[in-house]
Write a protein that binds this ligand. Structure first.
Ligand SMILES: N[C@@H](CCC(=O)N[C@@H](CS)C(=O)NCC(=O)O)C(=O)O
Length: 211
């Protein structure tokens, strides 16, 4: 059995945990044991975890042969390849390319900034407030949020259409971290708010999300 090292509420582990739960909800036996690494106690930087992931980060997937994959998206695409029945990605290269592009745009232009923003205004880890960083990110938010709002504007239920995609896991993991930090950046975006409520009702979301 593989082992997925993670921690609740942190965005990158949550993204992978949502992905695994979505695959399980589709009936796939993911053959994964979840192992919690307590970041509040600094366990990610202890020798035991550094031996798994030199970057002292989560998530980390331990393969059955004892090797490790340490980037969240690499873990997801590895699991797509390893267990292709009921996978989230389309077989069609164009649809797959567009879905990956959407996921990357959401992570690099929105989710990563949102994580930094939450730390700058109300860090759940107790980091000092940073108004300069917060202001810079606030200025960049409308473009990224409008990009997502426009995707949803045709009434689709999920980001890729009617079927769940990796982008849904990426966006929800970022929004959960914002909820954890009591930060709301989506209130003025009705399509994103509606998507958020819908996504949180999914069985996979209910089994993974803590906030
Ligand atoms: N690019 C990596 C980022 C991993 C990452 O930074 N994870 C955070 C949690 S969201 C972490 O482990 N933080 C603990 C630390 O850096 O000490 C990925 O996508 O997996």
């Amino acid at each position: 059995m593989m082992k997925l090292y993670g921690v609740p509420a942190a965005p990158n582990p949550t993204k992978v945990m949502l992905y695994v739960a979505e695959r399980e909800a589709r009936g796939t036996d993911m053959n994964i044991e979840h192992v919690r690494v307590n970041t509040l106690k600094g366990e990610q930087n202890q020798p035991e975890h550094l031996a798994r992931n030199v970057f002292g980060a989560l998530p980390t997937l331990e393969l059955e042969d004892g090797r490790f994959i340490v980037e969240s998206l690499s873990i997801i695409y590895f699991l797509e390849d390893l267990l292709p029945d009921n996978k989230l990605q389309s077989e069609d290269p164009v649809a797959r390319g567009l879905a990956r592009d959407m996921e990357r745009n959401i992570e690099t232009r929105f989710a990563n900034n949102l994580g930094r923003y939450v730390h700058a205004v109300n860090s759940p880890l107790g980091l000092p407030k940073d108004p300069k960083v917060a202001a810079e990110i606030e200025a960049s938010m409308p473009k990224a949020l409008t990009y997502i709002e426009n995707i949803l504007s045709d009434g689709r239920s999920l980001l890729g259409g009617d079927d769940v995609s990796v982008a849904d896991c990426t966006l929800q993991s970022a929004l959960q971290f914002a909820r954890f930090g009591k930060v709301d950046v989506i209130a003025d975006y009705p399509g994103i708010c509606a998507w958020n409520e819908r996504y949180c009702q999914r069985p996979a979301a209910k089994s993974v999300l803590k906030f």
